[in-house]
Design a protein around this ligand. Structure first.
Ligand SMILES: Cc1cc2nc3c(=O)[nH]c(=O)nc-3n(C[C@H](O)[C@H](O)[C@H](O)COP(=O)(O)OP(=O)(O)OC[C@H]3O[C@@H](n4cnc5c(N)ncnc54)[C@H](O)[C@@H]3O)c2cc1C
Length: 443
């Protein structure tokens, strides 16, 4: 099942022997971090086991939103929204970013009150949101049959093209001097006196003083090899891309049974926030206790299955020698088979709610594994146990929108600059220092 077409980035041929920072992972988080570091004059090497942006960062819905975020992410997301405005100029490339607005419809009065209450998280920010009555929604979308109690409209929110953004950032990082290596898995780290002194890749070693692990769904496997226990699981979500369609909404819309975003080519990305599949894998048992509170809150939007992925992951070595091929070389691009049933239901519900979609033709289907942490908040942090080792991962379904600022924060931490926002909520040590791990409602 081929994923979406991603703007290709051709990797550099030569492996540098030494650099300041190695970034592991060429998704939006790794690329944003590499770009920041390169802009600050550091010698950066980004290593991607497959192609740039081919996992979550190109498979996502393309929503750039502060609305309905976990409050702990709001300050960083406010910075990110500002950064998106300048991203095309900064990278010299078209990312498709537009502040077209996002609307979260509310099925009942309770949801409406909850969404209205959520707006208090934006106090002190100049970010325009308002509640719409059902009538105001129909006035905005006269062709819609959607029944609802009302909606939250965030005009400041935006959308961008996932298949363009990580490649644009990687190319811009290269313009600033970074080396971009594709099909170059990092097998492990090298230590000297307990601190980072380099990495071992499938093409050889690179000496460095700092490493940023931005490996998305692979981060826990990578760090587990040298005893760093990162609680992380994967959730699959399926996506449809339609052919261009005239007359549909400009705004991105979340409804109980579907979620849509207009694409730059005039088509739509169609999915459902409630069609999430959790494959039961060996890691599910290892991390069961960490994830129990989250599973209790989110069970309505999750379905569990025991299938081939269990065996695939059970066969994966967790302790590979660094002079042999690692699991990252056997699985260059995570490309799960989408849930056709869930996709067809979302499409049928969309057509019922917006008859303009009756003529919509499906151009492509794909799925992606979302990497999640127990509190659905990312880790953007140094790892105290290994000086020089950093993690930026676990973006829990929200990493595309927050990506630019997450890269800046990670670069601040690596370079010791005053952080763009207080990084406390994102510290890795929260999972081991007795902190209460809470899932705070958001989407
Ligand atoms: C279906 C779907 C819908 C989503 N919708 C949205 C949305 O609308 N808005 C939003 O903000 N977020 C959304 N997300 C979440 C968002 O896509 C992710 O949070 C974000 O892309 C994570 O970026 P990343 O760089 O951490 O991970 P990834 O994009 O997964 O990149 C990690 C990269 O690391 C590489 N890698 C791993 N291990 C190694 C190694 N050892 N050596 C070299 N390379 C390695 C992988 O090959 C991969 O390319 C969605 C996700 C999905 C799947």
């Amino acid at each position: 099942m081929p994923g979406p077409y991603v703007v290709p980035v051709h990797g550099d041929e030569d492996l540098p022997k030494t650099c300041d920072v190695v970034v592991i992972g060429g998704g939006i988080i790794g690329c944003a971090t590499a770009l920041e570091l390169a802009e600050r004059g550091l010698r950066v090497v980004l290593c991607e086991k497959g192609g740039i942006g081919q996992e979550q960062s190109s498979r996502n819905w393309g929503w750039v939103r502060i609305s309905m975020r976990d409050p702990r992410e709001v300050p960083l997301m406010a910075e990110s929204l500002r950064m998106w405005d300048g991203l095309d100029a900064r990278t010299g490339r078209d990312t498709g970013f537009r502040r077209a607005g996002i609307i979260f419809t509310c099925a009942d009065e309770k949801e409406l009150a909850d969404h209205d209450r959520w707006r208090s998280n934006l106090q002190g920010y100049q970010i325009d949101t308002r509640m719409l009555s059902a009538r105001e929604f129909s006035d905005l979308f006269p062709g819609s049959n959607l029944t609802m109690a009302g909606a939250l409209h965030a005009a400041a929110d935006g959308r961008a093209e996932p298949q363009r953004v990580a490649p644009a950032m990687a190319e811009a990082a290269r313009d600033k001097g970074a080396t971009i290596l594709t099909e170059c898995a990092v097998r492990g780290i090298e230590l000297s006196g307990g601190a980072i002194s380099g990495v071992v890749t499938e093409r050889g070693s690179i000496a460095c003083q700092a490493v940023v692990l931005a490996g998305g769904a692979w981060s826990s496997l990578f760090s587990g090899r040298f005893g760093i226990d990162l609680p992380q699981l994967k959730v699959m979500n399926s996506v449809i891309r339609t052919k261009p369609l005239a007359g549909g909404p400009e705004e991105t819309i979340w409804a109980r049974d579907f979620a849509i975003r207009k694409r730059q080519d005039g088509g739509y990305t169609v999915a459902s926030g409630y069609d999430n599949i959790v494959d039961i894998v060996p890691a599910s048992f290892r991390h069961a206790r960490d994830f129990l509170p989250a599973l209790r809150c989110e069970w309505k939007s999750l379905s569990f299955r025991l299938g081939g992925r269990f065996l695939e992951e059970a066969r994966m070595s967790r302790h590979w020698p660094l002079d042999e091929a690692s699991p990252f070389e056997y699985d260059r691009v995570l490309d799960p088979v989408p849930s056709k049933k869930g996709q067809d239901k979302a499409m049928a519900d969309l057509k019922a709610a917006f008859p303009v979609f009756a003529k919509a033709e499906i151009a492509q289907r794909w799925a992606g594994y979302i990497d999640v942490t127990p509190d659905a908040v990312p880790v953007i942090s140094a790892v105290e146990a290994i000086p020089g080792f950093h993690i930026a991962t676990g973006f829990s379904g929200h990493g595309f929108g927050i990506g630019p600022a997450a890269g800046r924060l990670m670069a601040d931490i690596v370079t010791g600059r005053a952080p763009i926002v207080d990084p406390a909520a994102f510290r890795f040590s929260r999972f081991s220092d007795g902190s209460k791990i809470e899932l705070i409602s958001g989407v």
